[in-house]
Write a protein that binds this ligand. Structure first.
Ligand SMILES: O=P(O)(O)OC[C@H]1O[C@H](O[C@H]2O[C@H](CO)[C@@H](O)[C@H](O)[C@H]2O)[C@H](O)[C@@H](O)[C@@H]1O
Ligand SMILES: O=c1ccn([C@@H]2O[C@H](COP(=O)(O)OP(=O)(O)O)[C@@H](O)[C@H]2O)c(=O)[nH]1
Length: 960
């Protein structure tokens, strides 16, 4: 799934970076050598699907999931897709799974949903009657047979006493259900209030309740508090029964807080969360006062699933826009942790419906219906009596059809099953009255003494009665075969949801029409429109005229068209089953957690601050290399605000750093360098008062604050491309609100970090395409794509290339005698500049970046003096005679068209026999700030962590 066209990491577009965990084929190790072994996630899923299809034939008669069943974790070949290290972890995961199978043979699936699949009715102090609940989620999970499942949820009743609770727990245990007891007040605030009065309407695009209905903002807050409290109660029950290796699958909008509660308690629990409703556009979600907290809680899950790609896309977009996180093709990333987000369209247990049609009791029901409605065509609506189902709109469209087609008035009947739901919520009560009123009016208008056009039932039907209703037309045709003209084009199901997560009624209708030809009129706003859209007649339920016309079209549809449409949908419904849905989700969840472990291993650890401080204390000659942007600047929120104001665009030193930095700069045993992409004026402005080295424009300009700027750049750099790139940058800046660009001496940077991130990325993509095809196609430049920027630089302008020259100059200038025995290098450097970190790695052979494409031409900023060469009077001298400085040698090499690759030996010598750098021990600390993957040894979360660290270093100078 590609939510987003860019990876979140900084990318130098000259490199073709493979997506994370895109798997490499490792030649012939024991895991990947089998020819039949899948190599990619997709191959594996295809293969598992095949295996499941084979198994499902054997499972058809097995008990449903929540009364126990088979395991789906039997094949050991899932993990041949990763590289060597990944294989080891995968193998370990598999062996865990094998152990599990030996010990218990099945992986346990803990399904957590607001409602249990059964409702409890109290018959005495300690006696309970259990009845199957109605609803799409229950229907779908009833079909799941492949796991040893337990269902955790609310039984739908208030049980205040111990005796009642114990008895109900025992009764439910037989059904493998575990109750969560919620008292009346919580149910009122959490279920009726926050879930059904706030989240449900909002997620279905019906907006938030108005203030007068909310009473006060406090009541919203108290509902949200109750919601969190209820979610914690669910978590407590899960934690109580959880066993290592279990998979916890949280369902729906009632439990958005649950993933966080579970992970806070035990970060090793495998947690999936699935939403059965739509997830609305981020523009809708952002209205919710608790928008961020809810998103973050869901993101605690390992895998987040939705019915459709659109809902998944909206969710990722909400995380990007509201939380400022990165959307990737895999999901949402936050500080190196990925929450996988994907679409898993639910299905039904189609066989159960198809088989039911053969049962005598279903045939009896069909006969009753046939007698009742003989001679009339039947249109069917089956919905919970919910605003989202568009029942008034459906009835009004039917009225319009009858109005415009008087000849049909006594020939067609609409049977509307309207299952009462959430009857304690005032909006639902109002809807009931409204529907009754409309039905009464229409029946009064078009009914006769003996018939009415609408049969409206405010009740639910049991399974067999419902199947009969879904299939009634088929029976009629069979029963009265001599009248095909009248009865063969019978039956239309009318689904007019204003929004609907999926809508299983439409699936069930299709399953029961078997090879017959019932027409499905389906709202384009139901998730099912994405899967059944090709076979259904799609309508916009708000357009009453269109729905009325579609009723006519369906009633008069020629047999061959009905057949084709039905066949398409029937194939879909019978292959995309609820078993398939659940097995895919759980399998993906298992994979995701293994992948997360592998990914975590690739992420550097957090900086061990104590070790960094201790080592600092013990050293005598320290070097601190600090980036500026995002390392030493004050953090901002995702909307680019600080203290409620739009942040000004110039970089400013974090105010809390002023004191510590001063102390560190004034310490005679510490040399501080700020190495930044910013231009000289930005560094002068922020650091001019400190006693430190400033390296501007990625190290191309250098000065000790007490001295003058000098350049470390070759004299002749071709900068002819600048004007045309600037022209392009101006164009995009004008069209991308809150973006800006900076022209520097050696580069030009377009920055969209304060702009809408998604729009900024689209613009960046356009910009890059344009740049490559025109202004820079022949120029000697590097184009570096940052997370939120595009930078065009002269080739060779990187921090990694500059650091050697800077170091040489510092050693020379300060007359350093003792080697540097402590280096702390902190930055939020672009990937292309990360060789700064590896430069200091004691074990690594140093290779400066290749600079083969540099064109040497004309003049480059001659007003700035070149870096002076070291004099013989200098106390520090290189082992090799310092007749030519690093930069001079490099320039010489440039001019000669060669590549200068200093050896470690070249650059490390201070005195005869002694090295500039003494980093053999653990006295080198490189830290990437606000990065997920890096060549640095360690990570720091944000510049606030840099503040803490530098404060500690400064303080230990005082106590020394
Ligand atoms: O338990 P209730 O409050 O009475 O509500 C019943 C269920 O309604 C919702 O169903 C959704 O799930 C279906 C299956 O995925 C989907 O087809 C439908 O479009 C959704 O509306 C709700 O999400 C469930 O939690 C409720 O149990
Ligand atoms: O009298 C009824 C009416 C409906 N249903 C079931 O309720 C579910 C409704 O699911 P859907 O996804 O259409 O909508 P939801 O009610 O979950 O929003 C379907 O499985 C129906 O079989 C039922 O069991 N009895």
């Amino acid at each position: 799934m590609n939510f987003n066209s860019f990876q979140d990491q900084d990318i130098c577009i000259l490199q073709n970076k493979p997506p994370l965990l895109q798997t490499k084929r490792v030649p012939g190790n024991k895991y990947n050598s089998s020819p039949g072994t899948p190599r990619t996630r997709l191959e594996r899923l295809l293969r598992e699907r095949e295996l499941r299809k084979n198994r499902s034939a054997q499972l058809n008669d097995v008990e449903p999931a929540f009364s126990g069943s088979d395991s789906c974790f039997s094949d050991g070949e899932n993990w041949s897709v990763l590289d060597e290290e990944e294989f080891i972890a995968a193998a370990r995961a598999l062996s865990d799974s094998a152990e599990r199978q030996e010990g218990r043979s099945k992986q346990r699936l803990l399904v957590v949903a607001n409602r249990l699949p059964v409702s409890a009715i109290r018959r005495g102090d300690d006696s309970w009657q259990l009845e199957m609940s109605v609803g799409g989620l229950v229907s779908a999970l009833l079909g799941v047979k492949e796991f040893e499942a337990r269902w955790i949820g609310w039984a739908g009743v208030n049980v205040p006493d111990d005796i009642g609770q114990k008895a109900l727990t025992t009764a439910l245990a037989e059904k493998r259900c575990i109750p969560v007891f919620l008292d009346e007040e919580i149910v009122h605030q959490y279920y009726n209030g926050y879930c059904n009065n706030i989240l449900w309407p909002l997620f279905h695009y019906l907006g938030l309740p108005q203030e007068d209905r909310l009473a006060t903002t406090r009541s919203f807050q108290s509902q949200f508090d109750a919601y969190k409290k209820a979610n914690q109660l669910f978590a407590d029950v899960v934690n109580n029964i959880y066993e290592e290796g279990d998979v916890v699958w949280c369902h729906d909008y009632h439990l958005m807080f649950l993933p966080k509660c579970l992970k806070d308690y035990n970060s090793n629990i495998k947690v999936g969360w699935f939403l059965h409703t739509p997830f609305p556009s981020s523009e809708i979600h952002r209205m919710l006062p608790s928008r961020s907290e809810l998103l973050r809680s869901v993101l605690a899950a390992d895998l987040v699933g939705f019915h459709t790609y659109d809902y998944a896309r909206h969710f990722v977009s909400a995380c990007t826009r509201i939380l400022g996180l990165e959307g990737t093709p895999e999901g949402v990333e936050d500080q190196g942790r990925l929450t996988r987000v994907a679409a898993f369209p639910i299905g039904i247990d189609s066989d159960r419906f198809i088989r039911a049609l053969e049962l005598p009791q279903v045939k009896d029901h069909i006969k009753e219906l046939q007698d009742r409605f003989a001679g009339r065509k039947v249109m069917l609506g089956v919905d919970r009596l919910d605003m989202i189902k568009g029942i008034p709109q459906k009835i009004l469209a039917f009225e319009k059809y009858l109005e415009e087609n008087p000849n049909w008035r006594d020939k067609v009947v609409l049977i509307q099953i309207a299952v009462p739901t959430r009857t304690d919520v005032p909006d639902y009560q109002r809807l009931t009255s409204q529907v009754h009123e409309i039905v009464g009016r229409i029946n009064g208008r078009f009914g006769s003494l003996t018939t009415v056009p609408i049969h409206h039932l405010d009740r639910s039907l049991e399974f067999h009665a419902l199947c009969a209703l879904y299939a009634v037309t088929e029976a009629w045709r069979l029963i009265i075969p001599c009248l095909p003209g009248i009865f063969s084009c019978l039956d239309v199901a009318l689904v007019t949801s204003l929004r609907d997560g999926m809508n299983l009624v439409s699936y069930e209708f299709v399953a029961c029409q078997d090879s017959k030809k019932g027409v499905l009129i389906l709202s384009e706003f139901a998730g099912a429109a994405q899967s059944l859209g090709a076979g259904a007649v799609l309508v916009n339920p708000w357009n009453i005229t269109e729905v009325a016309a579609s009723i006519g079209y369906a009633l008069n549809m020629p047999a061959d068209e009905r057949e084709k449409r039905h066949h398409h949908n029937f194939m879909h419904v019978t292959t995309h089953t609820s078993q398939e849905w659940a097995a895919t989700f759980v399998s993906e969840l298992n994979d995701t957690t293994v992948e997360a472990q592998l990914r975590t291993r690739q992420v550097p650890p957090l900086l061990p601050i104590k070790a960094a401080v201790d080592s600092f204390l013990q050293s005598k000659n320290r070097l601190l290399i600090l980036g500026f942007n995002a390392a030493l600047t004050a953090p901002m929120d995702s909307l680019g605000r600080r203290g409620g104001h739009i942040r000004e665009m110039e970089l400013k030193l974090h105010p809390d750093l002023e004191g510590p930095l001063k102390k560190l700069c004034d310490d005679p045993m510490t040399t501080v360098v700020v190495l930044s992409g910013s231009d000289r004026s930005a560094l002068d402005e922020n650091f001019g008062e400190y006693n430190m080295w400033l390296a501007a424009e990625n190290g191309m300009f250098l000065r000790l604050t007490a001295g003058e700027w000098m350049t470390t750049m070759p004299e002749n750099l071709n900068m002819d491309w600048v004007d045309s790139v600037k022209h392009v940058f101006e164009y995009f800046t004008e069209r991308t609100p809150r973006s800006h660009f900076e022209v520097r001496e050696t580069s030009i940077v377009w920055n969209y970090k304060y702009a809408d991130l998604e729009f900024g990325r689209l613009q960046a993509r356009d910009m890059l395409q344009h740049l490559w095809s025109g202004p820079i196609s022949n120029a000697s430049v590097d184009v570096v794509q940052g997370g939120r920027s595009v930078e065009v630089r002269a080739v060779g302008v990187t921090k990694g290339a500059a650091i050697d020259r800077i170091l040489g100059e510092i050693v020379h200038n300060t007359g350093m005698k003792a080697p540097i025995d402590y280096v702390l290098c902190i930055g939020h450097f672009l990937q292309k500049d990360e060789d700064v970190y590896t430069f200091f790695e004691p074990e690594l052979p140093f290779e400066s970046p290749p600079v083969t494409r540099l064109k040497v031409a004309d003049h480059f900023r001659t007003s700035v003096p070149q870096l002076p060469t070291g004099g013989s009077e200098s106390k520090v001298h290189f082992k090799k005679q310092r007749s030519l400085s690093s930069i001079e040698r490099k320039v010489t090499n440039y001019l000669a068209g060669g590549i200068w690759r200093p050896t470690k030996h070249d650059r490390m010598i201070v005195n005869e026999g002694s090295s500039v750098l003494d980093l053999k021990g653990d006295n080198y600390f490189s830290c990437a700030v606000s990065r997920k993957r890096s060549h640095a040894r360690y990570l720091l979360g944000s510049s606030s962590d840099v503040v803490l660290l530098l404060k500690e270093l400064a303080e230990c100078l005082l106590t020394r």
